[in-house]
Design a protein around this ligand. Structure first.
Ligand code: NAD
Length: 304
């Protein structure tokens, strides 16, 4: 395969001043994309702002011969999201690639979590995704081309202690990506989710001494492929962690059919209901929603 390049493409990467987003921005720019490097530059918990991180990444790109512009708006508000997308539009007249990667962390056990911490994390990760997808999506559909990559997390797939806010937000982006994939399908717009893991400042406080190599450089190629014209999947979820790239799917058990159920029968059949020996997977595209319903209807019809 020849080198996959992004010449002529305009990419917006949120949270691109540090960590994973910085790596994505550098990769895209190095392969010819013009990049809007968005980063509000605050602390891990989301307080404060600093133009330094976004400016530094732009300097790095430009000094290597690439094209980039900094943007320091926050993804956490509708106006901020629009301003980020407008930067691409005003400067370069288009947006081909949107990677929503910005993130913050506020930890607290569920029993103590404040509404402030819950909302602040949803504002950046989940509403933040909507704040940039909402203005970018119609532009992409009208142009007949778009690549959207949203960021989930192991915590979004499986949960984690002390991050109910983060787990909710990271699960939520799966729903947004799926709908963007469905509604974008007829317009050349694909949307997928990355579940990354890398040692960045988000690992502060963790003992990472026994980890295998786990740099952001091991995640960026997966995002690069999802952002590329040749990306052949949509409505999917890729995992990239410590050199392992994999696909995550929602799977169902075939289930058990009865024409009527009692509570007791659910209890009696629970092992068969939960039996994952032959999982069923309904890909989002072309019609996971309809396939799920048809599968259940077919089971009912079979027993009618
Ligand atoms: P990071 O803290 O190094 O980088 C995140 C960047 O987002 C920071 O530079 C920050 O300033 C920026 N940001 C925060 N709030 C913003 C806002 N409102 N507007 C604009 N920019 C904002 O973290 P990272 O590890 O590189 O994480 C990147 C993404 O990957 C996040 O969405 C995170 O949840 C996700 N993720 C990371 C890991 C991991 O192992 N590092 C695992 C799972 C998911």
């Amino acid at each position: 395969m020849g080198e996959l390049r992004f010449d002529g493409r305009v990419a917006v990467v949120t949270g691109a001043g540090r960590g994973l987003g910085r790596e994505y921005a550098l990769l895209l720019a190095q392969r010819g994309a013009t990049v809007v490097v968005n980063d509000a530059g605050g602390s891990l918990a989301g307080s404060g702002s600093d133009a330094g991180p976004a400016d530094a990444v732009v300097r790095e790109i430009v000094s290597a011969g690439g094209k980039a512009v900094a943007n320091t708006d926050s993804v956490a508000t509708p106006d901020g999201g629009r301003a980020i997308v407008d930067t691409a539009l005003d400067r370069y007249g288009r947006i081909d690639i949107l990677v929503h990667n910005a993130g913050i962390v506020r930890r607290a056990p569920l029993r103590d979590m404040s509404y402030d911490d819950f909302e602040a994390v949803l504002d950046v990760h989940l509403r933040g995704a909507f704040h940039v997808v909402r203005p970018a999506f119609p532009l992409m559909c009208d142009a007949g081309y778009g690549r959207i990559v949203l960021t989930s997390s192991i915590g979004g797939l499986y949960g984690n202690h002390d991050v109910a806010n983060y787990a909710v937000a990271k699960a939520g982006v799966l729903g947004l990506s799926n709908v963007a994939a469905m509604e974008g399908a007829a317009h050349g717009v694909v949307s997928n989710v990355i579940v990354p893991a890398a040692v960045t400042r988000m690992a502060e406080g963790l003992d990472t001494s026994a980890y295998p190599p786990m740099g952001a450089d091991l995640v960026a190629p997966a995002v690069g492929w999802l952002a590329h014209e040749s990306c052949s999947v949509t409505g999917e979820v890729l995992i990239a962690l410590a050199g392992r790239i994999a696909r995550a799917v929602v799977a169902e058990t075939p289930g058990v059919y009865r024409p009527s159920w009692s509570v007791e029968q659910v209890g009696e059949d629970i092992d068969a209901i939960r039996d994952t020996t032959d999982p069923v997977v309904f890909p989002v595209i072309p019609d996971g929603h309809g396939d799920h319903i048809r599968y259940s209807f077919a089971m009912a019809a079979q027993h009618a």
